[in-house]
Design a protein around this ligand. Structure first.
Ligand code: A3P
Length: 345
């Protein structure tokens, strides 16, 4: 008898436990789906008009929800009208530098509720064929956003392409320009690593970095090598300064963005006149990746793709020393112009 009662009690406890776990799982799933469902509801006042300068303190997951749904094509024209969604030209552009951490910067800024990113590199200003399609073509490439939000795009080729500063100036002479830089020699090796990986994928052989970076005839740094030229930041910046005053640029420390992203992002928020909204909660270190990853909410987080954070090949130390010596005077000039000093060797 006693045994039967105990069995019954165990059965009851099991049912209750299952119910509790079930409810918990339901709640978690619900929170996860809220950001997808909420935006589809027309809640007046929540989206009502605000003063132009005011950035609503909308939950991060809310912004993600609607815009994400739209990108997937799940939002109707009616919803665009209802929520007053628009495709806006960028108010800020990450113009470079390639391999400086441009993707990480864009993705991290996108954590801000008032920022909307253009996911793809659009290459409007550096590609003549695209540029010939006109500014409306460019605008239509932009994601949907609320009118109070700002759109940001990144195309790192802009920084080094001759025609780009004038073209951007013609679109918007007061646009804000973000440049993310890394220690020039490391950046050049990162650039090389990317090209090398592309060659290997196609089963092609490629030169060693040392062979490309050093001219075998003179034994000097090969300034014709693109990865070297791109790292002469001051040369490129000087071209931009013919069109834009230095106040319109903000230099991001790409090396610090890797190790300590928050303070770098806070400086960008300030530069863009955005209220500080990105917090340590939004960034967590992933030991497996060896990088900071992004946390949008309790359910949604992501790390950058594996193509970001490649292992660099070993490079002869004498070549590294030579390159660092070569970049040194250009770096000094860069610090002088930008007012931002780095501890580059
Ligand atoms: P490496 O692959 O040399 O490590 P870009 O996006 O401009 O191509 O820059 C790529 C670089 O972004 C990577 O270079 C990586 O070091 C850097 N990076 C910065 N923050 C990162 C992050 N959180 N996750 C992955 N890569 C990051």
């Amino acid at each position: 008898m006693l045994f039967k009662q105990q069995a019954l009690l165990r059965q009851k406890l099991f049912v209750l436990g299952s119910l509790a776990i079930g409810s918990l799982l339901y709640l978690v799933a619900r929170v996860g789906s809220l950001d997808r469902l909420q935006p589809l509801c027309p809640i007046d006042g929540r989206f009502g008009p605000r003063s132009q300068d005011e950035i609503p303190l909308r939950a991060l997951q809310f912004k993600r929800g609607l815009l994400h749904e739209f990108r997937k094509g799940n939002v109707t024209k009616e919803q665009i009208r209802l929520h007053n969604l628009v495709q806006q030209l960028p108010k800020a552009i990450i113009i470079g530098v390639r391999k400086g951490g441009t993707r990480a910067l864009l993705e991290m800024l996108n954590l801000h509720p008032a920022v909307v990113k253009a996911s793809q590199e659009i290459h409007f200003f550096d590609n003549d064929e695209n540029y010939a399609k006109g500014i409306e073509w460019y605008r239509k490439k932009m994601p949907f956003s609320y009118p109070h939000q700002i759109t940001i795009e990144k195309s790192p080729a802009y920084f080094i392409t001759e025609e780009v500063p004038e073209r951007i100036y013609k679109m918007n002479s007061s646009i804000k320009l973000l440049i993310i830089v890394r220690e020039p020699t490391t950046r050049a090796i990162s650039d090389y690593t990317q090209v090398l990986e592309g060659k290997e994928r196609k089963n092609k052989t490629y030169y060693k970095f040392e062979k490309l970076a050093i001219d075998p005839n003179t034994c000097e740094v090969n300034t014709k090598y693109k990865a070297v030229r791109t790292s002469i930041y001051t040369k490129h910046l000087e071209r931009w300064l013919k069109y834009f005053p230095i106040e319109q640029f903000h230099i991001v420390d790409g090396d610090r963005l890797i190790t300590e992203p928050l303070p770098e992002l806070q400086l960008v928020e300030k530069f863009l006149n955005l209220p500080p909204r990105i917090s340590q909660y939004n960034l967590y270190f992933n030991a497996t990746r060896g990088f900071y990853c992004l946390r949008f909410n309790i359910v949604f987080n992501k790390c950058l793709a594996g193509s970001k954070g490649r292992i660099h090949p070993e490079v002869d130390t004498s070549v590294i020393t030579k390159l660092r010596k070569f970049f040194h005077p250009f770096n000094q000039k860069f610090y002088q112009i930008t007012g931002r000093t780095f501890n580059w060797p």
